[in-house]
Design a protein around this ligand. Structure first.
Ligand code: GLU
Length: 473
């Protein structure tokens, strides 16, 4: 990397909630800046007033902060290149439009949508790629004046220089060459006066000093257009890296069907930010180590050269793997906060710390912790099918023996199990499973010796008696 401090950016359009695709773009950009000790900038691309909303802007900022992707320049934090919402930058764009127009590098276009549609249709029918045929490119100043006087509202088109090749080295996809003869003159200002994406996105990156743009490969063909705009305005061109798209497991573009929910939905389901970060950082980027990492470690190991060209696959099972790792990595107070009021509602005061330590290995979501809390501290649990079978096989005499052993040694599970073993002649899983099933209603879960003190002799007695009674009737 050169000596210019690295500045990356995330430039969402606030037209909906953030989902895995745009979050990954934000994450890669944030990681690159963090790794280089640079700046991560947030810019709101709200040029589509009808579809953008303040509510979405606030939601996306909250989502980024929840993930730990703080920006060092942008809305609410400020910086030297504001304003950071494109809807507030009209005066900046206006000056650039005038410059381009006076230099003959842009011209007003009066073609109606209908005319453009017909021209596209004719080009496609002739087997040509559709592009603007240049109808308004040679209008005289008088022609322009006459149309304006009639009240027509033109768009402004960028005049693409013929016969040139636009080259750049994509950080992900390597050397790229585009022939300008394949690019029609494109709109840089819409007829309602708002800037087109090609224009405002390019001008803002350059004016805000962005050095590295990481974005989806669906933008690759936009890049030569944007480079021409920056060049025409003598603006510096950032380095671009176009990251591969995310696909579902079946190879189709990612959608809700693949569990690709919005961040809001994932958060509501109990996913932890660290789980999403570890999952997303590996979608299309490989790390040397495959262990769970915090944001700093993810940034240290991030390298644009390790971004893959092949589409990345989102596998919800992988996300759940990272979720479990994230739960294991939480400090006790973080775990308690994540579980929320449930912990107080369902777990007796003195048992909360030990409860967290015991169930941590066995949960990935708060609902699972609630389930364990109810199993351990509520009424004797209804056994699941497998637990029911195990208990039935053991029979009521088994639980009679367990109650006798409990009366003799209530404090230690191993001693009790030893006594029940001696009394019944059972060993191994045949001995332990019925006890587990009666005490927890399940055949798997935390170690019995750890559950034992949480349950306490009274609940243990109650459950063993309950099991015996349910079998002897
Ligand atoms: N507002 C654009 C989008 O959300 C930004 C694209 C880019 O990163 O350049 O797709």
């Amino acid at each position: 990397m050169s000596n210019t401090p690295v500045k990356t950016r995330f430039a969402p359009s606030p037209t909906g909630h953030l989902h895995l695709g745009n979050l990954r773009t934000a994450l890669f950009s944030a990681l690159l800046a963090r790794r280089e000790g640079g700046v991560f900038l947030l810019r709101i691309e709200d040029t589509d007033a009808a579809r953008s909303s303040d509510a979405h802007v606030h939601a996306l900022m909250e989502d980024l902060r929840w993930l730990g992707l703080e920006w060092q320049e942008g809305p609410e934090v400020g910086g030297p290149n504001g304003p950071y919402a494109q809807s507030l930058r009209g005066h900046i764009y206006a000056a650039d439009y005038s410059r381009l127009e006076s230099a003959g590098l842009a011209y007003p276009c009066f073609c109606s949508d209908e005319i453009l549609r017909l021209s596209r249709k004719a080009q496609l029918a002739a087997g040509q790629p559709p592009r603007y045929p240049g109808t308004c490119a040679r209008l005289s100043p008088q022609d322009v004046r006459a149309r304006l006087d009639k009240g027509l509202k033109p768009t402004l088109r960028f005049r693409v220089p013929p016969g040139r090749r636009i080259r750049f080295d994509d950080l992900v996809r390597g050397s790229q060459v585009f022939d300008t003869d394949t690019i029609g003159d494109f709109v840089i200002r819409r007829s309602d006066g708002t800037p087109s994406f090609f224009f405002s996105n390019a001008v803002d990156d350059a004016m805000m000093g962005v050095t590295h743009v990481l974005r989806g490969e669906d933008h690759l063909a936009n890049t030569p257009r944007q480079m021409m705009v920056m060049e025409a305005l003598d603006l510096p061109v950032p380095a671009y890296g176009h990251i591969s798209l995310i696909l579902g497991e079946d190879g189709a573009p990612l959608s809700k069907r693949h569990g690709a929910l919005s961040l809001r939905e994932l958060r509501d389901r109990g996913y932890l930010p660290q789980a999403l970060l570890n999952h997303l950082a590996r979608l299309g980027h490989s790390y040397e180590a495959d262990g769970f990492m915090d944001l700093d470690a993810l940034a240290r190991g991030f390298d644009a050269a390790r971004l893959g060209r092949a589409p990345a696959r989102h596998d919800p099972v992988q996300l759940d793997h990272w979720q479990h790792q994230a739960v294991l990595a939480l400090a006790d107070d973080g775990l308690a906060r994540w579980l929320g009021p449930m912990l107080e509602d369902e777990v007796p005061a003195g048992a909360r710390g030990p409860f967290l330590r015991v169930v941590r290995d066995n949960i990935s979501f708060p609902g699972e912790a609630r389930d364990w809390a109810r199993r351990l501290f509520g009424a004797p649990p209804v056994p699941d099918a497998e637990a029911g079978q195990v208990m039935a096989r053991a029979g009521s005499a088994f639980f009679d023996a367990a109650l006798v052993a409990l009366a003799a040694s209530p404090g230690d599970f191993r001693v009790l199990a030893g006594q029940v073993g001696t009394a019944t002649g059972l060993k191994g899983r045949h001995l332990f499973m019925p006890l587990r099933a009666a005490l927890t209603g399940r055949t798997h879960g935390p170690e019995m010796k750890d559950l034992w003190p949480l349950l306490g002799p009274e609940r243990v007695a109650e459950r063993l008696a309950h099991a015996r009674d349910s079998l002897s009737s």
